[in-house]
Design a protein around this ligand. Structure first.
Ligand SMILES: O=C(O)c1ccccc1NCC(=O)[C@H](O)[C@H](O)COP(=O)(O)O
Length: 260
């Protein structure tokens, strides 16, 4: 039986091929040229000098939790979280499993000043062009999703388009591969994307293996100020937080509580 991740990737490949076949490349290149990337890694590094740098995730639903936030207005959420002190935003663009979309990214990116991550399952370079055209400043690359050669091609494409890369790992072997890719940010996802189990202890264990030169991001399952503090003490600079913010009537108030 295929894993959760494999099912998502299979669907992503079908959707990307369809969008690519229908795409107007000249219009996409024009939209991409109209957006100047805002330095995702730099924003995180600068914020981490004075406090926890949070990447606040706009997440309406997820495969592991189903619907998380019924009333989901991406621009209102993005501007509220920016005002509350988010260093960056993560905007889910997968439609089927997360009820996100590229249109959300386009609208949110235009409404905020802080950098935005296109949060999706990147499987081919066309998605990098889409990302910048929709106003992304960074993309996510998931080590568990692709082989090294595909990852290198995607990283090179991101560099060509001036986008930073958050490279996501879940264990030591993936971390060793990720460090070869030489990305600006390395994220340790406490969620196993094959089983959906979440263990923050895993991120804490891997923290000491992350080199100084990268922005160290802890991802998933962060539910309290104590979690942020524990991860910070372990060595993380930045914290990707979705569900805990999205479940609150006021995500901005929750973010203030998390970062103090
Ligand atoms: O969140 C999921 O259920 C999920 C399932 C399959 C692949 C990826 C998934 N999540 C992506 C993420 O990494 C999280 O959205 C992100 O780290 C924020 O996590 P959380 O704060 O726990 O919402």
């Amino acid at each position: 039986m295929s894993s959760h991740l494999e099912r998502i990737l299979a669907n992503t490949r079908i959707e990307v091929s369809a969008r690519k076949a229908a795409a107007e490349f000249a219009a996409l290149e024009e939209a991409a040229a109209a957006h100047t990337p805002r330095g995702f890694a730099r924003a995180l590094r600068e914020r981490a000098e004075t406090g926890p740098a949070v990447i606040a995730e706009l997440k309406k639903a997820s495969p592991s939790k189903g619907l998380i936030r019924a009333e989901f207005e991406p621009v209102a959420l993005g501007t509220e979280l920016e005002a509350a002190g988010a260093a960056c935003l993560s905007v889910l663009t997968d439609e089927v499993f997360f009820l996100g979309g590229l249109e959300n990214l386009r609208r949110v990116s235009a409404a905020v000043k802080i950098p935005c991550l296109r949060k999706d399952f990147m499987v081919e370079p066309f998605q990098v062009l889409e990302a910048r055209a929709a106003g992304a400043d960074a993309i996510l690359l998931i080590m568990a999703a692709l082989g090294d050669e595909d990852l290198r091609v995607l990283r090179d494409t991101a560099r060509t388009y001036g986008l930073d890369v958050l490279c996501e790992v879940h264990d030591q072997e993936e971390l060793d591969r990720a460090l070869q890719l030489d990305c600006e940010c390395v994220g340790v996802n406490s969620r196993n994307l094959k089983t959906f189990d979440v263990s923050i202890e895993r991120a804490v264990e891997l923290a000491s293996q992350l080199p100084d030169g990268v922005v160290r991001v802890a991802e998933s399952g962060i539910a309290s100020r104590q979690d942020v503090e524990n991860l910070r003490v372990a060595g993380f600079d930045a914290f990707l937080i979705g569900e805990t913010l999205m479940r609150q009537p006021s995500p901005g108030a929750m973010l203030r509580e998390l970062i103090g």
